[in-house]
Design a protein around this ligand. Structure first.
Ligand code: G16
Length: 540
């Protein structure tokens, strides 16, 4: 029997960079999750009857409860089948793959990604469409509009299903299939990479799953299928609160891995992934690789993996990501695309066959094998390259810079800034863009200042106000934008980049190389004046 429950709209259900992310306590309000899920279902009302829906999450606190709610609501909405990961687990890339493989109409992915989990931390719901990728802005805008008008949600009146036993059950006439979350994804990886070569190379590695969703995937692929020693995967059991840590694979939150890789006797290769398995951190013995460089190095060497032996169609990066990948594209004679922040902008390029590899400075890299960024994919492509070339990460990096030059790069995050102060900073900056051209700051001269706007080459849709770019003569750059994934206050992101050509100073300290630009950033935006902060909270 279907239950119709009267509700009133919440005013704060606007999806951000990647779905709706809020504190768990916000999601625990009566009807909060239901309103959002019903709004998604209302937007796809015409297509949903009899369709397949994939549901899974990163195992964080509230994951199971919201999955049960979503299943009851999917049954009431007339879906024919729900495919759900055993234990409610699906990494974001595995969910993307499952949507594509099953020809699903879409999927609900429950995650707040790299944000911490637990009763006082974060939760999130994201809707992905039939190509396996995050819903484009036209769809998220429609969902938001619906959340502001919703008055009823519907659910099949039935008990929770057993999420831990694989197999199929019926819920109000809809089939719910509980599937192994790992097997299909691991099989896909075997088609893309030289597993035999990796096995034969005798590499050693450390992988930090950060007590998040990649644990079971990494254990199956790295330890079982590729034969890395037991214990290679650390923190491999997904925990609802990620062991009290931020499952964010950067140099702050994956400090233990960094220290392992910088120490005497470090393994050949170190990597980590985030809460939902789509981000990656790459550290070779004694060598950290920035995400922007990793994208460029993977693109330059991708032909060494069977999945990409035919070459790349194009390379796409988000605007704040360094231009290192553009140099690779130029040398390969393929197009380079610059999109706004957010993986959803890559979907059209991949669907249209314009790009093969995409990446972002925020530790995301992926390809056209799914429509999400994919942490383990990046790790496996690196392993494939190391195995086939016989080189180690440090050598790959040095060879790359010697050939293409080096884009020194850092991101400074000012977290938990008062939202009004952050908005005032951005507004003041936008207000003076027209006056900045030609201005000299120390040794730097501003060549261009604008607010990034994007026109999608596939469907012509436009997105404005995607981040303020200040480009200096010579190609150095600072970008300012506010994060769209935080759940309290504002996070100001300042992206800093300086290009050093081949033959120049390629192995200098990044902070030293960026010092002028860091000073100019404060001069231009008044970071300290607006936020009261003298130093960023996180430097990546
Ligand atoms: C999400 C998006 C990414 C984006 C990142 C950072 O990642 O999928 O495309 O680059 O947020 O966004 P922001 O700078 O707005 O915080 P994830 O891993 O959180 O899903």
């Amino acid at each position: 029997m279907i239950r119709a429950v009267q509700t009133t709209p919440f005013t704060d259900q606007k999806p951000g960079t990647s779905g709706l992310r809020k504190k768990v306590r916000v999601f625990q309000q009566p009807s909060y999750a239901e309103n959002f899920i019903q709004s998604v279902f209302d937007v796809i009302e015409r297509e949903r009857a009899g369709a397949t829906l994939v549901i899974g999450g990163d195992g964080r606190f509230l994951n199971r409860e919201v999955i049960q709610i979503a299943i009851r609501m999917a049954a009431a909405a007339g879906f024919g089948r729900v495919v759900v990961g055993q234990g409610g687990i699906l990494s974001t890339p595995a969910a993307s793959h499952l949507i594509r493989k099953r020809g699903a109409l879409g999927g609900l992915i429950l995650s707040a990604s790299h944000n911490p989990g637990g009763p006082d931390e974060d939760f999130g719901i994201k809707y992905n469409v039939s190509n396996g990728g995050p819903a484009p802005e036209s769809v998220t805008d429609a969902i938001y509009a619906r959340t502001k008008a919703i008055d009823t949600w519907y659910a099949e009146d039935t008990a929770d299903i057993d999420l831990d036993t694989p197999g199929a059950v019926s819920v109000g006439g809809m089939t719910v299939e509980v599937v192994d979350p790992v097997a299909d994804y691991a099989d896909l990886m075997e088609t893309l990479f030289h597993f035999d070569a990796i096995r034969a190379a005798g590499l050693t590695m450390a992988f930090d799953a950060m007590s998040a969703v990649t644990g079971p995937y990494a254990t199956e692929i790295l330890e079982r299928r590729l034969g890395f020693a037991p214990g290679t995967v650390r923190n491999g059991t997904p925990l609802p609160d990620f062991g009290g840590h931020h499952p964010d694979p950067n140099l702050v939150h994956a400090r233990d891995l960094y220290e392992t890789m910088m120490a005497e006797g470090a393994p050949d290769f170190g990597a980590a992934s985030d809460g939902d398995g789509d981000r990656n951190l790459i550290i070779g013995r004694g060598r950290f690789v920035t995400p922007s460089d990793s994208l460029a190095m993977l693109a330059a060497n991708a032909h060494l993996a069977p999945g990409y032996a035919g070459g790349l169609k194009g390379i796409a990066r988000s605007m704040p990501t360094s231009a290192a990948a553009d140099r690779v594209a130029a040398e390969l004679g393929i197009p380079a695309y610059e999109t706004p922040t957010g993986w959803k902008f890559f979907g059209n390029l991949l669907d249209a066959g314009l790009a093969t590899i995409c990446g972002e400075e925020s530790a995301g890299t992926g390809s056209d094998h799914v429509r999400e960024k994919d942490g383990l994919w990046a790790v496996l492509l690196w392993l494939n390259i190391l195995a086939v070339t016989g080189k180690r990460v440090d050598q790959i990096a040095r060879d790359h810079w010697a050939r293409f030059g080096r884009n020194y790069y850092a991101r400074h995050d000012y977290e938990g800034v008062d939202s009004t102060a952050a908005d005032a900073l951005m507004q003041e900056l936008r207000g003076k863009l027209a006056t900045l051209r030609g201005k000299r700051i120390g040794t730097l001269t501003i060549a261009q200042a604008d607010d990034f706007a994007y026109t999608d080459p596939a469907d012509g849709s436009t997105s404005a106000n995607q981040g303020v770019r200040i480009i200096f003569e010579g190609g150095s750059r600072v970008v300012f934008r506010l994060s769209g994934t935080g759940t309290s206050g504002a996070t100001l992101r300042v992206y800093l980049e300086r290009y050093e050509p081949a033959g120049g100073d390629l192995d200098a300290d990044t902070g030293v190389m960026l010092a002028d630009i860091i000073a100019a950033a404060d001069d231009i935006a008044g970071i300290q004046r607006h936020t009261g902060r003298g130093e960023p909270d996180v430097v990546t």
